[in-house]
Design a protein around this ligand. Structure first.
Ligand code: PEP
Ligand code: MN
Length: 413
């Protein structure tokens, strides 16, 4: 296994010359990232970006291809209906919250959820944390209400509402890598080899800089050095765009978020592009339809993908289709709507005889007040008390475990 591209030395470097696959992969990677790329920051100084990318090419990777291959094997079992996938964590990790206490709280709630889910429906659980790199955020608007460039996650700029703080700063990619390295150390310490990490495949200047190549032959492929699992978001899944083209080059298991505008035909295009070799579990389709639409929109998608013969992981994100503004101005989600989308997801799969393979949720082990409802009964007037998220509202520890109990019942039933 080698770093890719080969560390500086260029074509005259003997190790580079020994590996003709590098030339081909470089060409394909450049072609992929030169396609139209949605949701990228407008870096003020391109030379500085190039310097940071060059520096990132020399940093230590955070994860290994052998670990990623281990996850791919587990996801194959999910796709075959033999396991259940639990994925969760912060919407947006921040540098300030990259503390041992926060990481342990989030890993703790995932492990409690996993304990509740394990054995439900007779299935083992595969856990993936949204952690150690979930620093880049897609946004609906390029500027905020005050006309400032929008916050795009700590890897790009600062949330502080000043022009200087919001101006994208490429050196933040180096800070992100350092923070992710620290976070991964905590994951490895407490994860006992079973917590894999994931983040959104969004910021291409970061993702393209820390890669492994798995050989020098014609079939050589790229594996991320930054996460075991990467997903493409709802706003960056354009078929002609850079994110899909980049993911095509990767050996990692890949997710694609699919919202209510996705047609069955489009879903099959994703499957054919991202799972050309029909490998069970290579692709995870993450439906995030909203509780009112899932029962209508998802069935024809599942039917058509199933008929294509590919074995994908069907995962439900019951959060992002159910976001709304509370009366007192907080972006929130109601526990009951989250549960209803999950119930709809299970109904659809039960009706079609397919495997409801997993859930993808925004959760924290901390006692926040960001989502409404649940047994703890968070109300609109409670929201300001501990509304701490840097982006979307997360279920707190109690709501998360309560949700796991509901999902365990759905799996058993
Ligand atoms: C997210 O997972 O935080 C996210 C932005 O999701 P989506 O792309 O589905 O909107
Ligand atoms: Mn989110």
């Amino acid at each position: 296994m080698r770093r890719f591209p080969h560390p500086p030395g260029g074509v005259d470097d003997p190790a580079h010359a020994r590996c003709p696959a590098d030339q081909r992969l470089s060409g394909r990677l450049e072609e992929a990232v030169s396609r139209p790329a949605a949701q990228q920051p407008h870096w003020p100084d391109p030379d500085r970006v190039n310097a940071v990318v060059a520096e990132l090419r020399r940093v230590d990777p955070i994860v290994t291809p052998a670990e990623t291959a281990g996850l791919a094997a587990r996801l194959a079992s999910v796709a075959r209906g033999e396991a259940f996938l639990l994925q969760g964590g912060d919407c947006a990790e921040t540098f300030a919250d990259n503390t041992e206490a926060h990481l342990l709280a989030n890993l703790g709630v995932l492990s409690r959820m996993s304990a509740v889910l394990t054995g439900a429906g007779g299935l083992p659980v595969v856990s993936i944390a949204r952690m150690a790199g979930q620093y880049a955020k897609p946004r609906s608007n390029a500027v905020d209400a005050a006309g400032l460039p929008v916050y795009r996650g700590d890897i790009v700029n600062s949330a502080e509402p000043t022009l200087a703080a919001r101006t994208p700063d490429p050196s933040r990619m180096l800070r992100a890598h350092a923070h992710a390295t620290d976070a991964m150390e905590v994951v490895r310490r407490v994860g006992a080899g079973g917590v894999y990490v994931s983040h959104e495949l969004l910021l291409l200047d970061y993702e393209r800089a820390v890669l492994w190549a798995d050989g020098c032959g014609p079939g050589s492929r790229l594996t991320s050095g930054l996460a075991h699992f990467l997903w493409i978001g709802e706003r960056t899944r354009q078929l002609g765009g850079a994110h899909i083209a980049f993911a095509e080059l990767m050996a990692n298991p890949i997710g694609v978020k699919i919202g209510p505008t996705v047609t069955p035909e489009l879903a099959v295009e994703y499957v054919e592009r991202l799972d050309p070799d029909a490998v069970p579990g290579r692709l995870t389709l993450v439906s995030r339809m909203g509780h009112g639409l899932v029962r209508d929109v998802l069935p024809p998608i599942v039917e058509k993908v199933n008929a294509s013969g590919h074995q994908v992981v069907w995962q439900c994100d019951p959060m992002h289709g159910n976001t709304r503004l509370s009366g007192n101005g907080f972006k929130t989600r109601h526990f009951d709507r989250v549960v209803d989308e999950l119930a709809g997801f299970f109904e659809v799969h039960r009706g079609l005889g397919t495997h409801p393979g997993g859930i993808h949720v925004e959760v924290t082990g901390e006692d926040v007040t960001e989502c409404l409802g649940g047994a703890c009964g968070v109300t609109e007037s409670d929201l300001p008390a501990r509304y701490l998220t840097a982006c979307d509202p997360r279920l707190n520890a109690e709501q998360s475990v309560e949700l796991a109990v509901v999902v365990a019942e759905l799996l058993t039933g």
